[in-house]
Design a protein around this ligand. Sequence first.
Ligand code: 5GP
Ligand code: ZN
Length: 142
Amino acid sequence: MPLVEDCVFCKIIRGEIPCSKLYEDDQILAFLDIAPFNNGHALIVPKDHHHSITTLPAEFHAKIMETACKVAVAQMRVLKAEGFNLVLNNGRCAGQEVPHVHLHVIPRFVDDQPIFKASKKKYDSIEEMQKTAENIRAKLSE
Ligand code: 5GP
Ligand code: ZN
C-alpha cells in the first residue's frame, strides 16, 4: 500500500515532519518516539502504509525485527540499558494510536516499573485452556 496523505508516520517517511532518525534504508525508517517511556525509546516503521502487521507484506517482518535487534543493542551500549521491550500495539483496543504499523524498542533499566499494568487472568479449567488451543490450532490449519 503506498504512503498515505494524512498519516503522521507517512509524513515523517516523506520528510514532511522532522524526526530524530536512527536508521534508514529502502524498506525501513527508525527514529526516536516523541513521547518516550525512557530516553532512547525508538520506533521501527516500514515504508509501506498498513494499519495492521497482518496485512503488511511478509518481506517487511524479518526486516523490522532485524532492525529492532540492532537498535536495541545500540541503545543498551549507548544508554547503559540492562534490557529492552519490543512492543507492537495492533488495533485500537491494543493501544495503537498511529494506524501505521510500528514496533517500539524501549530501553529498560533495573528500577523501571512494568509497562503493562493489566493483571493476568486464569483459565477456569485445563479443559477450557485445551479447548482454546484446539480452536486456534484448527483455524491455523484451515
Ligand atoms: P502506538 O500507541 O500507536 O503504538 O504508538 C504511537 C507512538 O508514536 C506513540 O508512542 C507516540 O508518542 C509516537 N508519535 C506520535 N506522533 C509522533 C510524531 O510526530 N513523531 C514521533 N517521533 N513520534 C510520534
Ligand atoms: Zn502511514
